[in-house]
Design a protein around this ligand. Sequence first.
Ligand SMILES: [Zn+2]
Length: 115
Amino acid sequence: MKKECPECGEKIVGRIDKKFCSDACRNSYNNRVNKDSKNLIRNTNNRLRKNYRILEDLNPDKKTKTSRSKLIEKGFDFNYFTSIYTTKAGTVYYFVYDQGYLPLEDDYFALVKRE
Ligand SMILES: [Zn+2]
């Protein structure tokens, strides 16, 4: 069975380990894949930066409390954080860099800045 070029769909002739029909196809394929992964990283970084600014705005004194609705109103996205910290007591803090939040009861959150 002949392999097809993943860029243009042409049958590949030549060496068995050849993945693309031509250098041009290889280049344009790799450029596109790299661009997509760069976009993914840029979009994720933008989400994290936005979340960080929201936490920073709401928590100027390194420790406070806020509500879920206030976070959502500002555009906070709970899917994006950089690390999770679990205390010995089993309490789970979510961090966006050094800004952390801890879900409390009744849709409230404790905000803490890591020293
Ligand atoms: Zn091709």
